[in-house]
Design a protein around this ligand. Structure first.
Ligand SMILES: *Cc1c(COP(=O)(O)O)cnc(C)c1O
Length: 367
């Protein structure tokens, strides 16, 4: 059996430190925010090479507050991609704005910067590229177009902790960057969590105030705000895990290199050389996806699909007015994508076994 994801192996490596960190919070009685969260914010900002990090209750909360901090209001438009998790799009709607989609690039599966300009209108307030699967979107042209038009860029880096684009870290290139610490993400809490990073002290302060009911001082509510605070226990656990993320990322990259060596002609995205891909997901493209997946399952190999339906075709977002055929690249990828087992502890022999099984299943269908 080779599982799609094995969180247990990671926990076993850090169990003693995590249990000590949790006990520290329990003994302190500081369950919400507090010193453990504050320490994690400092460490995570350093990790992202930004001036500030503000810890929040989820990646969705991070996106929502980053959009509000950037001044997104009802009536505004925010450009993103349909090839993402629904949270990216939901956060735009939470801010009262209208999501406008741009298709993804066939070779990277991230925002096609060449199509960005045509989606911009006088109402465009922000661009929200998604670093899908741990590969940063093509930030240079996106930032150049945004700068020319005076539009903010906010990064959805929920899958891209430690990813780089020309030596710049995910989250540090846009005006704000948003992270998720959902347990299965590259840096995962033992519960929900998220963070907003930025170099701008005023934006960091706005996010900090909005996450805690808009209070500037106790019971002085300058804004409406939200309950989007991080738990002390999650902050303490994330602080422990952050010390290991570089090792874990290298483990993912080693597994990905093994896939690249052994998958032969199986189609897959091709990350550019100037990017450090952190492989939250390792995906391939197979035409007869559901049959291949069933055969891998028979062989004891776990897989995932990220994502089977692009957001513009989800019933919940039908009201946005898009139709099948509007974003052909996203639609083709959604029909063919298959995510292979990926976690830092995956062994070379397991990677080779998965590759043999994938090739056998794909060839079997053609024969
Ligand atoms: C996980 C994820 C989110 C949402 O994060 P949560 O912590 O689950 O709220 C947003 N965008 C992307 C691309 C994600 O993968």
């Amino acid at each position: 059996m080779i599982p799609f994801l094995d969180l247990r192996r990671q926990y076993d490596q850090v169990r003693d430190d995590i249990e000590a960190a949790v006990k520290g919070v329990l003994d302190s009685g500081q369950f919400i925010l507090g010193p453990a969260v504050q320490r994690f914010e400092g460490d995570f900002a350093r990790y992202c090479r930004t001036e500030h990090a503000v810890a929040v209750s989820s990646g969705t909360a991070a996106l929502h507050l980053a959009l509000l901090a950037a001044g997104v209001e009802p009536g505004d438009e925010v450009i993103t991609v349909p090839m993402t998790f629904v949270a990216t799009v939901a956060a735009i709607l939470y801010a009262g704005a209208r999501p406008v989609f741009v298709d993804v690039d066939e070779s990277t599966w991230t925002m096609d910067a060449a199509q960005l300009e045509t989606a911009i209108t006088p109402r465009t307030k922000a661009i929200l590229p998604v670093h899908l699967h741990g590969l940063m979107a093509d930030m240079e042209p996106i930032l150049a177009i945004a700068a020319r038009r005076g539009i903010a860029v906010i990064e959805d880096a929920a899958q891209a902790h430690g990813a780089e684009y020309r030596e710049k870290r995910a989250g540090s290139m846009g005006r704000l960057g948003c992270f998720s610490f959902y347990p299965g993400k590259n840096l995962g809490a033992c519960g929900e969590g998220g963070a907003v990073v930025t170099d701008d002290p005023a934006l960091a302060e706005r996010v900090r105030v909005l996450r805690d009911w808009g209070q500037v001082r106790k019971y002085e509510h300058l804004f409406q705000g939200f309950n989007y605070r991080m738990d002390g226990i999650q902050g303490a656990i994330l602080g422990v895990k952050l010390r290991h993320i570089e090792d874990w990322t290298e483990g993912r990259r080693r597994a990905a290199a093994g896939y690249d060596r052994n998958l032969g002609a199986i189609r897959r995205p091709s990350p550019p050389d100037h990017c450090r891909h952190v492989y939250h997901v390792y995906a391939v493209r197979v035409v007869d996806r559901d049959r291949v997946r069933a055969e891998l399952d028979q062989a004891g190999i776990g897989t995932g699909i990220h994502y089977p339906v692009p957001v513009h075709l989800q019933p919940a977002y039908a009201g946005l007015g898009y139709r099948a055929g509007d974003f052909p690249v996203s639609e083709r990828i959604a029909a063919e994508t298959l995510s292979l087992p990926m976690f830092p502890e995956l062994e070379d022999g397991q990677v080779e076994e998965v590759c043999r099984a994938v090739i056998r299943a794909v060839d079997g269908g053609e024969g």
